[in-house]
Design a protein around this ligand. Structure first.
Ligand SMILES: NC(=O)c1ccc[n+]([C@@H]2O[C@H](COP(=O)([O-])OP(=O)(O)OC[C@H]3O[C@@H](n4cnc5c(N)ncnc54)[C@H](O)[C@@H]3O)[C@@H](O)[C@H]2O)c1
Length: 432
């Protein structure tokens, strides 16, 4: 292990990243910037081709940043796993979705680990970064890798390090978000920490892979539960005729003991709606019935229906039914500033509206087209006067690129689920 640490410190170690998505690509880029030779491995040929051509497909990463590292010979991509035989470190950054039953789907992790096992050799470091339930590294990854005959902690190093990247966040990135690391042995933690220390400002070692896995789930459960709480407060405020946004703004002035969370049309993205259920599943497997996670999930998943109720009521006040009304959606990405629609609540809202017979259209500068069951639409440009000709505008994602004054002043009816029209008043504006 000491030899690998020395090689890492000299930045002579060769690194592989499996899965070049929102997590893997920025991480690989950071390793390359630190001077390592990095090979990204992905099954998606379009991503492999884009990287090798110096092109990015992720909002936070520019073409120039990729091209610089590819041009310098520090970053390359391939679909061939055989390259693992030549590298010293392997980071696994593949998806960890849920099955329809809300059980963990580790298919991608297992498939990546099975590929690594074929090429694993003594002296290598393997780190799982995909979000997963506590115990995955020890119970799933370790036995699979050790079945090749090598032992973790003795022949190769094995660790878990949760990825905390926040796509679209201008202040925090792979480099300045502290990196939690837990190895299957203290020696494994040291090797993995040495790798991250080359390019991440702060490394936080913990005592085990289980602790590192649980850290990520605590963080995301914290968000899911607090968003669930504020969504319920929004429903309550609605019943009481109180403006929840004004309440939050005022509560936020308390300098301690309060952290603002905001209501909205529901949860989206690959993390917050999914990860807490990994924890919930594992807890249930151990005879513990988690309540907060399930309750928050229940409330958050109900928000699209509440938005549709708001739209229905708003149209009703204009003597219109949802069926046959032209409803234009602003923003379908799961949050502002990202080009990702995975789990986006906007899709649920749109499907519910389509089911009621609304004539849907949408604009999103980040999402040129939606190709989903029930919704096949292209994003429309917001030409002058366009919003005046629809029956209702629904703001589902508050991208900065929208001209909110034009929305507030031009649309006959707006249902604003993000308080994007803060500061504007009018009979035509309905807030969540
Ligand atoms: N997106 C985020 O904001 C975020 C933040 C923190 C943690 N995470 C976690 O990180 C992990 C990855 O998420 P992501 O958003 O980067 O996913 P992603 O879908 O953007 O990227 C995953 C990539 O892995 C590739 N892939 C799938 N199976 C593979 C295999 N067997 N071999 C090689 N490549 C394979 C896919 O083609 C894809 O390019 C997940 O566990 C997620 O929960 C994501």
């Amino acid at each position: 292990m000491q030899a690998l640490i020395e090689k890492i410190r000299r930045r002579e170690a060769r690194c592989a990243i499996i899965g070049l998505g929102y997590v893997g690509l920025p991480l690989g880029l950071e390793f390359a910037r630190a001077g390592f030779r990095v090979t990204g491995i992905d099954l998606d040929a379009r991503k492999v081709d884009a990287i090798n051509a110096g092109r990015s497909y992720i909002v936070d990463v520019s073409d120039a940043e990729i091209a610089e590292q590819v041009g310098a010979g520090r970053l390359t991509a391939t679909a061939e796993f055989a390259t693992i035989a030549d590298v010293d470190t392997v980071n696994i950054c593949v998806p960890t979705p849920l099955r329809k039953t809300k059980d963990p789907d580790l298919t991608y992790v297992v498939s990546a680990v099975n590929e690594i096992r074929k090429y694993l050799r003594p002296g290598q470091l393997v780190i799982l970064e995909s979000t997963t339930y506590p115990g995955t590294t020890e119970e799933v990854v370790r036995p699979a890798l050790e079945s090749a005959g090598l032992q973790a902690g003795r022949d190769f190093a094995l660790a878990f390090s949760p990825e905390r990247i926040d796509p679209g966040n201008a202040s925090f990135n792979t480099r300045n978000i502290p990196k939690v690391v837990g190895g299957v042995t203290a020696g494994c933690t040291d090797v993995a920490a040495a790798l991250y220390a080359q390019c991440v400002e702060r490394v936080v070692p913990v005592s085990s892979t289980q602790v590192a896995e649980m850290v990520k789930l605590l963080e995301n459960t914290f968000r899911s539960v607090n968003i669930g709480l504020v969504n319920e407060i929004a429903l309550m405020a609605n019943a009481l005729g109180i403006d929840v946004w004004e309440v939050i703004e005022a509560a936020k002035t308390k300098p301690f003991g309060f952290m603002a969370f905001y209501p909205g049309p529901g949860l989206g993205g690959h993390c917050i709606p999914i990860d807490p259920f990994y924890l919930s599943w594992k807890a249930k497997m151990n005879g513990f019935e988690p309540r907060f996670i399930e309750l928050a999930g229940h409330i958050n998943e109900g928000m699209p229906r509440f938005v549709v109720e708001k739209v229905t009521d708003a149209l009703n006040r204009h003597r219109k039914s949802v069926r046959g009304s032209r409803v234009h959606v602003l923003g379908v990405a799961y949050k502002a500033g990202v080009n990702d629609v995975r789990e986006s609540p906007a899709l649920n809202v749109m499907k519910l509206l389509a089911g009621k017979g609304a004539i849907l259209s949408y604009s999103d500068p980040y999402i040129p087209a939606i190709r989903e069951e029930q919704i096949e639409l292209d994003s429309l440009p917001l030409k002058n006067g366009f919003l005046g000709n629809v029956d209702c505008v629904v703001i589902l994602t508050d991208h900065r690129e929208f001209d909110y004054r034009a929305v507030a002043e031009g649309a006959p009816l707006v249902v604003d689920t993000r308080n994007a029209l803060q500061g504007y008043t009018g009979e035509n504006i309905v807030r969540l």
